[in-house]
Design a protein around this ligand. Structure first.
Ligand code: FAD
Length: 496
């Protein structure tokens, strides 16, 4: 196993896409499960904290340690098998999303969960229950994970297949591969009824696999994953629609959303049924205008939509989208409709570029990202947007808003110029989290909690729930060595 002890050699492992900084003694690069067993054995003996690191595209500091050692998953990066008939893929966790997409496309298969950043790994996305534009139709990573192999900090190995082990009466029994069972007592808190990636997934009669998806590496090391995939869409209708005000953009989204839900209910393929609905405010459009000069200068908002369709429905569906654009005062003449795969990719890059530019901006100021990840119930979407915007406008701090509006999920990104504004931006961030929670939403719909959002999460779910989460972790990781500090502060693992 390769080990890097020299800090100059592993500096890049001490920061993530949010510019969160950490510290570690060394980075280990296991090439097999056996290497992971040995590494955990050593860590148990020395009580050394182990932080699992994949591509470090996380925006929460979850893969960045504060001390101890780093376990990098990047050498475990093989696609083990693709079964096109059963539509399943076996892979090691270090496979990147980009590599998976490429391998699937060759077989006309498709994996819908698409966090905007394609350099992330499948292990990272399972550990954070990542989601993206296509979550509006297909759900988050959770919906596509069929089984997981996991090594616990004790060195025990478990294999969990979806549909095989369920909770009963607040408890769950998980077989250990070498013999015996883990009898786990589950927390009893309620998760908000919105797109959510905050804290452990807990539900009455839940499937055991869902405990691990989104657990941010705190319960075990995922060493193998089986994913469900679908047929590659025959065709995708895709467009970026510009509006002269946000209200019209919201009306367009609400109409498309309603029609989509109706189409799904009726199981019809000849009406609007959006795959993705993504929002950009005027600030985001200005941010992007240098790289995309054909953005209409008077546009105050834009919505990127996609719909997967049968080839025979392409024209009909395109027409339906044009009707919705016109009905909601969209700029039909200057909007972009993709006529080729290349153009579709351009729209995807348009969405990706805005996130990247924000990350680059904050890094260039030597600051950390201050961007919300909150989602609210659909009926509160507009109220949440306008009240949040008012709070930031009054502060005078620059900001832009974009996000997965189909799921009523916005990223308000503050753009502070200096430390003073950074502190003010953090206060605004807290207010926006409070507002989302007050409206029945979550403070994190997709990025997770990591180390950056613990305080807000504590406020969201209360101390009792946090203590239950700490108890849950301790049942899987009694040595308290795996990813300490993620989701809740370490002190909750020690105090009862
Ligand atoms: C420009 C940009 C846009 C983004 N857009 C989105 C978006 O739309 N939606 C979204 O959900 N996220 C988004 N992200 C965040 C990020 O891409 C996701 O959180 C991603 O899932 C992280 O994957 P990773 O491989 O980089 O994992 P890392 O960042 O390395 O790790 C993330 C977490 O997973 C744990 N982990 C990693 N591998 C394993 C394993 N094998 N076993 C157990 N735990 C493990 C780590 O310990 C850590 O807690 C974006 C990031 C960027 C930079």
């Amino acid at each position: 196993m390769i080990i890097k002890n020299n800090k100059d050699e592993f500096a890049s492992y001490l920061t993530d896409a949010a510019n969160f900084k950490g510290a570690a003694e060394a980075v280990y690069f296991p090439e097999s499960e056996d290497d992971i067993f040995k590494l955990l054995e050593m860590s148990r003996a020395k009580k050394t904290p182990v932080t699992i690191s994949a591509a470090r595209t996380s925006l929460t500091g979850s893969a960045i340690p504060q001390n101890g050692i780093i376990l990098s998953m990047e050498k475990l990066n093989k696609i083990l098998k693709i079964d096109a008939e059963r539509k399943k893929v076996w892979l090691q966790p270090g496979v990147t999303l980009a590599d998976l997409h490429e391998a699937l496309a060759e077989r006309k298969l498709f994996y819908p969960p698409d966090p905007t950043e394609r350099n992330c790994t499948i292990g990272g996305t399972a550990a954070t229950n990542a989601s993206g534009a296509k979550t509006f139709k297909y759900g988050a990573t959770r919906a596509f994970v069929d089984s997981l192999k996991i090594i616990l900090s004790s060195g025990r190995k478990i294999f969990i297949e979806r549909g095989k082990i369920f909770a009963d009466n607040g408890k769950i029994t998980i077989p250990i591969l070498s013999g015996g069972n883990l009898e786990i007592v589950l927390p009893d808190y309620q998760m908000p009824p919105v797109k959510n990636a905050a804290g452990y997934f807990v539900k009455k009669n839940m499937d055991a696999i869902d405990l691990f998806i989104g657990s941010e590496g705190t319960l075990g090391v995922i060493t193998e994953i089986v994913l469900r995939v679908i047929d590659f869409p025959e065709e995708i209708v895709s467009g970026v629609v510009f509006f002269q005000n946000e209200r019209d953009a919201f009306s367009f989204v609400e109409e498309a959303r309603e029609q989509s839900y109706l189409s799904r209910e009726k199981k019809t393929a000849s009406e609007i049924d959006a795959l993705a609905l993504e929002f950009f405010d005027s600030g985001s459009l200005k941010f992007l205008s240098e790289d995309f000069p054909n953005i209409p200068p008077e546009a105050e908002a834009a919505v990127w939509f996609e719909q997967d369709v049968k080839l025979s429905e392409r024209e009909n569906i395109t027409e339906k989208w044009f009707e919705a654009i016109e009905l909601n005062n969209g700029d039909a003449e200057n909007s972009w409709i993709a006529m080729s795969l290349k153009e579709r990719e351009k729209f995807k890059n348009f969405r990706h570029a805005v996130s990247v530019k924000v990350n680059e901006y904050v890094a260039s100021k030597g600051l950390r990202k201050v961007g919300t990840d909150a989602a609210v119930p659909d009926g509160k979407m507009r109220k949440y947007f306008y009240e949040s915007k008012k709070i930031i406008v009054e502060s005078g701090i620059k900001f832009i808003v974009y996000g997965h509006i189909g799921n009523s999920h916005f990223h308000f990104n503050m753009l502070p110029e200096n430390e003073k504004e950074f502190s003010a931006a953090k206060e605004i961030y807290a207010k926006l989290c409070d507002l989302a929670v007050k409206m029945g939403g979550t403070i994190s719909a997709e990025h997770g909690i990591g180390k950056l959002k613990r305080d807000y999460f504590l406020k969201m779910c209360g101390e009792k729930a946090i203590r239950q989460m700490a108890e849950l972790k301790k049942q899987f990781d009694p040595f308290l060595i795996l990813n300490p500090g993620n989701i809740f502060e370490k002190k909750y693992l020690i105090q009862i």
